[in-house]
Design a protein around this ligand. Structure first.
Ligand SMILES: C[S@@+](CC[C@H](N)C(=O)[O-])C[C@H]1O[C@@H](n2cnc3c(N)ncnc32)[C@H](O)[C@@H]1O
Length: 387
């Protein structure tokens, strides 16, 4: 064996009658894979897999007709290891985070005052169930009034996109307020969202600032949550690749006087209540390795929704945006709230991904469309019939 290589050992027990077949498997594997990466060895009645690093695709390509079930067992054990580094095509299982380890990290974080602004919150840790009357429902009305009927700590994740105050042609709702009035109302609703959120829950808000009014809505909303002692977890840039916006106001063309900046993206601001970690069972994680690796890179290129005309709403989420948010930040069976649910994209995707939901919108027309979409998405076994 190669000197000085450290291995992670996986033990697989076997019956004496399998010994001959296993020796064949060992021969095949140990001649196909470099011993610095992985090798197999029998010790007493156990097959030991010595694992350092591995090109899993190459390993899956090994052919061992007589001992296929053992090979699959080894692959399943290796696949179940969730933390590893990546170098080229190989997963690194030993010392992969060694060089990034900072000594006394915890003490240093304490000294710096990691999320100091959220310290000393009075959030209760006692989480509750969302009352059945609100579970998997679309409510039509003012979110402020409806949220006031919910108990504290009963929602796992809020994902929403507030009305932008752009003067968009929403049904029934006049969307042009003076900014101060707009923020007053918005923050009253967001304060309720924080209250109904579970300890460990998340609020994710999609925001498109109105750059032409020089109102940095994404910063102002973030400051609101920081003042409420929520922990800022991060920010995702939703790159819409939308180059349709105007270039510059005539009069400032090709002049430093006041060039007009172009934005092809929107923001998703992510906040946590009480702590960064959200508890949940492994069996309720549904994100794949590939999705996880791609989506933790916090710039998501997703085209705007194409069905806005068809569904009669001017500012819908694309389903892909909601899918990524829910799979990356929530577990199956979590309760998802959208207090500005529009035609129901958040709730439809929540339903499809086996989450529970509550959607609220002030427009009867939008709520009716949301209910229709949910009916279409509602085939299958979920939620369980017993409930
Ligand atoms: C940006 S849209 C959300 C669209 C949604 N994400 C979708 O995919 O359909 C904002 C929504 O907030 C709703 N709204 C505005 N004020 C509200 C309030 N006070 N309570 C509930 N909904 C409200 C509007 O009717 C509008 O549908």
């Amino acid at each position: 064996m190669v000197k000085d290589t450290k291995y992670r050992i996986i033990n697989i027990s076997f019956q004496p009658e399998d010994s001959r077949r296993l020796h064949q498997l060992i021969e095949t594997v140990n001649t196909s894979i470099a011993p610095e990466d992985l090798y197999l060895k029998i010790e007493a009645d156990t097959l030991n897999v010595h694992l350092n690093k591995l090109d899993l695709e190459k390993f899956r390509g090994i052919i061992a007709p007589d001992s296929e079930e053992f090979l699959q067992m080894i692959i399943a054990e290796i696949e179940a290891i969730r933390s590893y580094g990546i170098k080229g095509k190989k997963r690194i299982y030993v010392d992969y985070n060694k060089e990034r380890k900072v000594r006394n990290r915890k003490a240093k974080e304490e000294n710096r005052g990691k999320y100091y602004y959220a310290r000393g919150s009075s959030f209760s840790k006692e989480n509750r169930k969302l009352p059945v009357a609100f579970l998997d429902q679309i409510f039509c009305g003012d979110s402020l009034e409806i949220l006031q009927q919910l108990p504290n700590n009963c929602i796992d994740l809020v994902f929403t996109s507030p009305p932008y105050n752009f003067g968009l042609a929403y049904h029934e709702q006049q969307d042009e307020h003076f900014w101060e009035k707009y923020f007053q109302k918005l923050f009253a609703i967001f304060r309720e969202c924080v209250r109904v959120l579970k300890f460990g829950g998340r609020i994710i808000v999609n925001i498109q600032p109105l750059f032409s009014d020089y109102i940095p809505t994404h910063h102002m909303i973030s400051q609101f949550f920081i003042d409420e002692k929520m922990i800022w977890k991060g920010e995702i840039l939703w790159e819409k690749n939308n180059y349709n916006c105007k270039y510059t106001a005539w009069g400032s063309w090709k002049s430093p006087a006041s060039p007009y900046l172009k934005y092809t993206w929107e923001f998703l601001e992510i906040f946590c209540k009480g702590e960064l970690k959200k508890p949940g069972g492994w069996e309720n994680i549904d994100i794949t390795d590939e999705e996880f690796k791609a989506w933790v890179v916090a710039r998501w290129s997703i085209a705007p929704e194409r069905k806005m005309k068809e569904l009669g709403h001017p500012a819908m989420f694309p389903e892909e945006l909601v899918r990524r948010v829910l799979k990356l930040f929530s577990y199956r069976n979590d309760v998802i709230l959208d207090p500005f649910n529009g035609v129901g994209t958040t709730t439809v995707v929540a339903r499809t991904l086996e989450r529970r939901y509550l959607g609220i919108d002030i427009s009867e027309k939008y709520c009716a469309v949301a209910r229709e979409r949910l009916k279409a998405a509602g085939q299958g076994e979920f939620p369980p019939k017993s409930e």
